[in-house]
Design a protein around this ligand. Structure first.
Ligand SMILES: Cc1cc2nc3c(=O)[nH]c(=O)nc-3n(C[C@H](O)[C@H](O)[C@H](O)COP(=O)(O)O)c2cc1C
Length: 318
């Protein structure tokens, strides 16, 4: 069975600069989801969201915008905006676990409110011709919450429901709940995508064996930690290309240069790259030492030296 791999959005990481460079150097991803647009009460799209979605900034072919809201007017406003750029689909985020979000009834805090979900979907479908897809957890407090939303969701022609197989309360900790995901498969007519902890080819294969009916898989953190992962999954191999670290190095330099141009001053670029290295370091032989070496680098020259030292060590080991 042919599989489709989707890049799960990470706000602060998978913006257009990252996606374009990723697509160019690694490939393996069929569809990218953009991190969410959030309006915070004002009917205005922030410039950074606009930059992220404008077609001229994106060289990846399939990009799907995402919104996080619990307000129908906001939803419709974002629909109009993404349609004005030419997008045909809008993904709705019902997964974000952070208390600031969930306490105001958004993200995974909205899963327990099928009435509200119904109201928004009804207006989206009555008043626009956008295709809606969902990205959800299975609940905030417990994994059965989603089961009460399925009868509502089944009334609408949603394209798909991507499920991160955790509950909001877990944040990103603890295991994914595959039993509960399996119950979801039996409880809706919609096409489900699997999301959560695909961090290696073996982890992917285990999920695929457990859920043979699933053919769409979303990868979030695993793709940043090991950008070769999607193409290795696609090629069904554990082997890295021979020039693995050269490719990684070019990718790194590309995103570094772009973030350096965009962010002003040494501290923001340092923080940006340190964020990436929290993930990148996980696929290096000594993750902790690698991360520490980057963290310690006090200025841009030291940072560049630290990166080339880390990479040359890794080349010798491979
Ligand atoms: C820092 C961070 C930012 C995230 N931002 C988003 C987001 O903007 N939209 C979204 O749907 N999910 C977001 N997520 C969730 C991921 O897309 C994904 O669903 C989750 O990490 C589980 O998949 P994974 O184990 O493959 O990473 C974010 C996760 C992290 C760690």
């Amino acid at each position: 069975m042919a599989i489709t791999l989707l890049s799960s959005p990470l706000q602060g990481f998978t913006d257009f600069r990252f996606r374009n460079a990723f697509h160019h150097y690694f490939g393996g991803i069929d569809t990218f989801y953009a991190p969410y647009i959030r309006l915070n009460g004002k009917l205005k799209i922030k410039q950074s969201y606009q930059n992220d979605l404008q077609l001229e900034n994106n060289s990846t072919t399939n990009l799907i915008p995402q919104v996080m809201t619990n307000d129908a007017d906001e939803f419709l406003f974002v629909v109009k905006y993404v349609q004005s750029l030419g997008y045909k689909e809008l993904n709705w985020n019902l997964g974000c676990p952070y208390p600031m979000v969930t306490k105001s009834g958004m993200g995974s805090g909205l899963i327990c409110n099928p009435t509200k979900i119904d109201e928004i979907l009804k207006r989206a479908h009555n008043e626009t011709d956008i295709t809606v897809s969902m990205k959800m957890r299975m609940g905030y407090e417990h994994a059965e919450e989603i089961l009460d939303t399925f009868p509502i969701l089944d009334n609408y022609p949603l394209k798909s429901i991507a499920i991160h197989a955790r509950i909001g309360k877990q944040l990103y900790k603890g295991p994914v709940d595959l039993e509960a995901f399996s119950r979801c498969l039996d409880s809706t007519k919609h096409k489900l995508y699997y999301n959560g902890d695909i961090t290696s080819v073996e982890a992917f294969q285990k999920i695929q064996e457990r859920f043979p009916s699933i053919d769409h898989f979303m990868i979030g953190r695993g793709l940043i930690a090991d950008p070769f992962l999607p193409s290795m999954i696609k090629n069904n191999t554990n082997e890295y290309p021979k020039n693995r670290w050269d490719i990684f190095s070019e990718f790194h330099d590309t995103i570094y240069q772009q973030y350096d141009e965009y962010l002003s001053g040494p501290t923001p670029i340092k923080m940006k790259m340190l964020g990436f290295w929290e993930y990148f370091s996980q696929s290096f032989s000594n993750p902790q030492k690698t991360y520490k070496a980057i963290k310690k680098a006090g200025n841009q020259v030291k940072y560049k030296n630290a990166v080339s030292e880390i990479l040359s060590k890794e080349r010798k080991l491979s």
